[in-house]
Write a protein that binds this ligand. Structure first.
Ligand code: GLN
Length: 287
């Protein structure tokens, strides 16, 4: 483990941390070093900038050394600090929740674009950390939302994230398997379900494979199990004219459009910032 003398200044510790992480092959060494120093010392970015010459102290030095060792061994920063940002909002994480991905903001944007004024009833299937539901509830101040998840640990995390972001009075969290546990209809249903084919999981990067919950990744033999289950519930789940928005893998657009058409839904694809197909928006025709 890297030894950091307690008298090291905050700024020097940050530089040292960035060097150590870069030497271990971490691509985002400078950013990771800054976040880990702030977390280890319990200080903000402003503290680091304005009071950078203060020493890290014995407890801070010890914590930072342990964080750096974990990061160098491949643990994602979000797991080390147990939190991550999504849609500009803070989210706590637990071992049962996926780390929110920037790609998933494509889904939030697509939903906001469909219903700028906001729906009354919103459901998030496989809510995990609650990031999608909470982000939408902050944007739609009159909407009421239900987050569903199979994992009770994830539901606890989602509930606390709703409180932390001031939407707890408009969010309910329910334990259950996909939509089977929910009574519809909803105006908007969103889901970022597990969509990776089981056989592919072993080949994912270690940061995902070894640190994200398998339940959040594994979409069955062809990656489409969750979509099939969700779409089978659509007739009772979606209000007339309602929308179902799901995140997809970059190569799942065709499969999803086929499944949607089989349920009598119209389907449209949205791309993420990298230009990959990322979200399918399905609409129940009224009547
Ligand atoms: N809805 C959560 C998210 O987008 C969880 C998704 C999942 O676990 N597959 O982060």
């Amino acid at each position: 483990m890297i030894a950091i003398p307690p008298e090291t200044s905050r700024i020097a510790a940050r530089a040292r941390a960035a060097d150590e992480l870069a030497a271990s092959g971490v691509e985002t060494a400078a950013l990771d070093a800054r976040i880990l120093v702030e977390e280890a010392l319990g200080i903000t970015a402003t503290d680091l900038a304005l009071r950078g010459s203060e020493p890290v102290g014995p407890a801070g030095a010890e914590r930072l050394a342990s964080y750096l060792a974990r990061r160098a061994a491949g643990e994602p920063v979000a797991r080390i600090i147990g939190a991550w940002e999504f849609w500009g909002l803070p989210f706590g994480l637990s071992p049962e929740t996926l780390v929110p991905r920037p790609d998933t903001e494509t889904l939030v944007e697509a939903a906001l674009g469909l219903r700028p004024e906001g729906p009354h009833r919103l459901a998030d299937l496989g809510t995990g950390s609650g990031c999608i539901l909470v982000a939408l509830l902050t944007e739609w101040p009159r909407a009421f939302g239900v987050g569903l998840d199979r994992s009770c640990g994830a539901l606890r995390t989602a509930r606390s994230n709703a409180a932390r972001n001031g939407v707890a009075d408009r969010a309910a969290f329910v334990a259950g398997d996909w939509a089977a546990a929910l009574a519809g209809p909803f105006d908007v249903v969103v889901a970022n379900p597990p969509y990776i084919a089981s056989a592919v999981i072993a080949g994912l990067s270690g940061e995902v494979r070894d640190h994200d919950p398998r339940l959040a990744l594994d979409g069955g033999p062809d990656g489409l199990d969750a979509y099939r289950t969700i779409l089978a519930q659509v007739p009772r789940l979606l209000a007339p004219g309602g929308h179902l928005l799901v995140e997809i893998g970059y190569d799942q657009e065709e499969a999803l459009c086929r499944l949607a058409t089989a349920q009598g839904l119209s389907a449209q694809m949205r791309r993420d910032l990298a230009g990959h197909p990322r979200v399918v928006v399905m609409t129940a025709t009224a009547g």
